[in-house]
Design a protein around this ligand. Structure first.
Ligand code: NAD
Length: 382
C-alpha cells in the first residue's frame, strides 16, 4: 500500500487565499500521477514567507468522514521527501480509521522545518488559518515534532484541531489510550496463537519505553507478563525496569532474547531484510508506525515464517480514537470502549489472514477497503 515512489521532483506552490497555483519544475512522475497512485483527493501547499511556514496538507479520502491526521514537523532533506511522507502517512490514516470503525477519513499535514528551531506562534497560527480555510474537511492533532502547546496556537485560529491539553477542554496526551489499544492487540494475537488471551507467563520485549512504551509496560506487568525493556536511552531502561519489575536489556541484543512477543514502540522499519532472518518471536505487536520496511515483502515472509504480525495501524489506533472522541464529545468511558474494540478488530484481521492465507497487513487493507467501498454505496443516495 505504501510503496515508496522513487522520484526526483521539485515544485513551487504558492497559495493565495483559496487560489492554489502550482508549477512542477522537474518530475519523473507528475503530481497528479502521484495523487492517482496513492488515491488522494486533495493536496494543499501552504506558503507564508512572513512566518517561514512551508507546509503540505494531504487529504487522502473523506468517504467515511472528515480527514483527520496529525501535523508532523520535520527537517526534510528535500521537498520530494516531504511530499512522499505526507502522501504515505495520510493514506495510512484512511486505513487506520476505517479498520477502527471510525467515521473519519484520512489526512495528514507536514511542516517543513526543525521543530526545535523553526517553530513560532506566528508560524503555527498561520498554519491554523490554512486549516480553517478547509472548513472542516481536514482536522489535525499533534504528531512527531509538534505538541499540545502547538495545538493551542493552531486552535487560536481554527476549531479543527484535536489533542489540545485537557486543561482547555482537549483530550490531552493520547499515549495511555494508544498503549491500551496495543495491549488489546497483543491479547488478540495471543488468543489467536495460544487459544486464550492470558498474559501471565508470556514474555514480551518492549523496544522504546517512551510515552506509549512505558504505559504498555505497566499494563503488561499488571497482568503478570514477563517484560523485557529496552531503549536507546540507557538511563530510562534502568528507571522503567525498576519501577515496574521488568528486565532491562540492551537495545543491541533484542533479536537474541527468547521471548514470545516483540513489541516495537520506538521507530518504524525494525522488521527489514537484515532483521527478519534473526526473528525468534512468535508475535510482533507494537505501537510504532510502519514496522515493516516493505510491507508486501516482509508481510509475506512473516506469514511463511509463521510469525503472527498484528498490523501496526490496526493496534495503534488509540491516538486517533482519542481525537475522534474529542470531536464527537464522547466520555472517557466511551473512548475506552472504542479502544477495547481493537481486540475484535485485530481478531478479524488475523482470522481473515488465516482463512485466505494472505499476510495480516493484506487482510487489514482488505477490511479497510471493503468498509470504505460499502459506505460509499450507502452514501450514494440522498
Ligand atoms: P516517544 O518519543 O515518547 O518514545 C519513543 C521512545 O523510543 C523513546 O524513549 C526513545 O528514546 C526510544 N527510541 C528511539 N529510537 C530508538 C531505537 N532505535 N531503539 C530503541 N529505542 C529507541 O514516542 P511515543 O509517543 O511513545 O511513540 C512511540 C511510537 O508509537 C512512535 O513510533 C509513534 O509514532 C507511535 N505512535 C504513537 C502514538 C501516541 O499516541 N503517542 C500513537 C500512534 C503511534
Amino acid at each position: 500500500m505504501f510503496a515508496t515512489i522513487k522520484k526526483t521532483y521539485t515544485f513551487v506552490a504558492i497559495l493565495f487565499g483559496s487560489f492554489i497555483i502550482m508549477t512542477a519544475l522537474t518530475t519523473s512522475e507528475s503530481l497528479f500521477d502521484q495523487m492517482k497512485t496513492f488515491g488522494h483527493q486533495k493536496i494543499v501547499f501552504c506558503n507564508d514567507p512572513d512566518s517561514g511556514l512551508k507546509a503540505i496538507i494531504a487529504i487522502h479520502d473523506t468517504t467515511l468522514g472528515p480527514a483527520l491526521g496529525g501535523t508532523r514537523m520535520w527537517a526534510y532533506k528535500s521537498e520530494a521527501d516531504a511530499l512522499n511522507d505526507v502522501l504515505r502517512l495520510s493514506k495510512a490514516m484512511t486505513y487506520k480509521s476505517a479498520v477502527a470503525g471510525l467515521n473519519l477519513g484520512g489526512g495528514k499535514a507536514i511542516i517543513i522545518g526543525d521543530s526545535r528551531k523553526d517553530k513560532s506562534e506566528a508560524l503555527l497560527r498561520k498554519f491554523g488559518r490554512f486549516i480553517k480555510n478547509l472548513n472542516g474537511e481536514f482536522i489535525t492533532a499533534e504528531d512527531v515534532g509538534t505538541n499540545p502547546r502547538d495545538m493551542e496556537y493552531i486552535r487560536m485560529e481554527t476549531q479543527h484541531v484535536m489533542g489540545a491539553p485537557e486543561s482547555i477542554g482537549g483530550s490531552g496526551d493520547p499515549s495511555p489510550i494508544t498503549a491500551l489499544g496495543v495491549f488489546m492487540g497483543i491479547k488478540a494475537a495471543v488468543k489467536e496463537l495460544y487459544g486464550n488471551d492470558a498474559l501471565a507467563g508470556r514474555s514480551v520485549v518492549v523496544q522504546g519505553i517512551g510515552h506509549v512504551g512505558e504505559n504498555l509496560v505497566r499494563l503488561l506487568r499488571d497482568e503478570n507478563a514477563m517484560v523485557y525493556v529496552t531503549d536507546i536511552n540507557e538511563e530510562r531502561i534502568g528507571q522503567v525496569a525498576k519501577k515496574y519489575g521488568a528486565q532491562a536489556v540492551s537495545n543491541n541484543t533484542i533479536f537474541d532474547i527468547e521471548a514470545d512477543i516483540y513489541s516495537p514502540c520506538a521507530l518504524g522499519a525494525t522488521i527489514n531484510a537484515q532483521t527478519i532472518g534473526k526473528l525468534k518471536y512468535a508475535i510482533i505487536a507494537g505501537s510504532a508506525n510502519n514496522q515493516l520496511e516493505d510491507e508486501q515483502e516482509q508481510g509475506r515472509m512473516l506469514l511463511e515464517k509463521g510469525v503472527l504480525f498484528a498490523p501496526d495501524y490496526v493496534i495503534n489506533a488509540g491516538g486517533v480514537i482519542n481525537c475522534y472522541s474529542e470531536l464527537m464529545g464522547f466520555s472517557k468511558k466511551r473512548t475506552l470502549q472504542l479502544t477495547e474494540n481493537i481486540y475484535e478488530a485485530t481478531r478479524n484481521v488475523l482470522r481473515l489472514s488465516k482463512a485466505e492465507k494472505i499476510s495480516t497487513i493484506e487482510a487489514a487493507n482488505k477490511i479497510a477497503e471493503k468498509r470504505i467501498a460499502d459506505i460509499k454505496k450507502v452514501k450514494s443516495t440522498y
